[in-house]
Design a protein around this ligand. Structure first.
Ligand code: PLP
Length: 381
């Protein structure tokens, strides 16, 4: 018989699996399920980006690339960073198949047995799994008592972060809450990171998707340049989830170490996909603006509909998610919502925060209306 590693045995299957299994079962029976559980934009990839990918393939860009990614792409990323106030030359950037792979490489490079990693809950599901696979231990700070904002939770964070802390992961705008952390909150993180010599990952994959706020990149704060690793990607801002393209940047010693892991595992991101990435960074301003405006309209629609039903939620300023307060047993609530109302959501406990369900509003206004009406009609609101 096969024996499996502690590394994988430690990791729990995702709490979202039960919900997607139920959804698949219902759909196979011909039931129309309103799926508000998805973590991806519902728009097609902008046409010019698709064309750039096809052109690159036709031009024969189908071989291996340099492991860190095409220089032209890393230069375009470097310019985007510069526009956000971050100073990272092409040598400090690694392009990966998705931001998820960036995070995996960073965590494998920085975390080993016994290291302490601090998460801000609710937190994106894969951080926990990645830290566990690396053998690290997790400490968690719950932002749910503070409408998911970090600034009022700084005292709690100060109680958690110590000289024993090795890594802190910050994700603003946040999946699953949509919260965008204030500058004062980020300065509080900086003060603690400097005081206790903590490295920080800033996952900025939703940075382009905000409503009336302009989030600061953590790495721009004084004292943070040499302790911050900034992660971003193409999946969300350019609706490119299936292309698998992301990147990270940080101090050169971190990049040197992570490069080994990168080249010995994935080799590089896909060649022609990298050309689509260049086009996305250089020629999609209007397309991104249109998508963000659509997300904002949908956010407002869902907030209005929930208010009509007397449900109060923390207003998200970014990403395309919000957290709906539900029963303490959120797993049961989500299972009930899909069985009775045929609406799929994700239980908050998947993100470390029971008592909530994550709603994704990356769906048409018609489907969002239908979903909220069904939840109300079946007594779930
Ligand atoms: N980080 C966060 C917070 C996410 O929500 C996601 C995707 O769901 C990712 C990273 C990874 O995205 P990708 O690997 O598609 O670039």
């Amino acid at each position: 018989t096969m024996e499996f590693t502690d590394r994988v045995s430690r990791v729990e299957p995702s709490a979202t699996l039960t919900i997607s299994a139920l959804a698949t079962e219902l759909e196979a029976d011909g039931v129309d399920v309103v799926d508000l559980s998805v973590g991806e934009p519902d728009f097609p990839t902008p046409e010019n980006v698709v064309q750039a990918g096809k052109d690159a393939m036709d031009a024969g860009h189908t071989g291996y690339t340099t492991p860190a990614g095409h220089l032209e792409l890393r230069e375009a990323i470097s310019e985007k960073f510069a526009a956000d106030g971050l100073d990272h030359g092409p040598d400090e950037i690694i392009v990966t198949p998705g931001a998820k792979q960036s995070l995996y490489e960073i965590i494998q490079t920085l975390v080993q047995s016994g290291d302490e990693v601090v998460l801000l809950d609710p937190a994106w599901v894969s951080y926990e799994a990645m830290v566990e696979m690396a053998g690290g231990s997790l400490s968690r700070v719950d932002l749910s008592p503070y409408d998911f904002q970090l600034e009022p939770a700084l005292d709690d964070l100060a109680e958690t972060v110590s000289d024993d802390t090795d890594l802190l992961i910050v994700n603003s705008p946040s999946n699953p809450t949509g919260a965008v952390y204030s500058d004062a909150a980020l300065e509080g993180v900086r003060d603690l990171a400097v005081e206790h010599d903590v490295t920080v990952i800033s996952d900025e994959i939703y940075k382009e998707i905000t409503y009336g706020v302009d989030p600061t990149s953590l790495g721009t704060l004084e004292g943070m340049a040499d302790r911050t690793i900034t992660v971003n990607g193409f999946s969300k801002a350019y609706s490119m989830t299936g292309w698998r393209l992301g990147y990270f940047a940080g101090p050169t010693d971190l990049i040197d170490q992570a490069s080994k892991l990168h080249s010995h595992s994935v080799s590089s991101a896909t060649n022609f996909v990298q050309y689509a990435g260049i086009e996305a960074l250089e020629n999609t301003d209007d397309a991104v603006t249109e998508m963000v405006e659509a997300f904002e309209d949908r956010r407002d629609l869902v907030l209005d509909l929930l208010e009509d039903h007397g449900v109060d939620v923390a207003v998200p300023d970014g990403a395309f998610y919000m957290m709906l307060p539900v029963d303490d047993d959120d797993q049961a609530w989500c299972e009930g919502a899909i069985e009775d109302a045929h609406v799929a959501t994700v239980p908050g406990s998947a993100f470390g925060t029971p008592g909530y369900a994550r709603i994704s509003y990356a769906a048409s206004e018609e489907r969002l209306e239908e979903g909220i009406e069904r939840l109300a009609a079946e007594g779930y609101l």
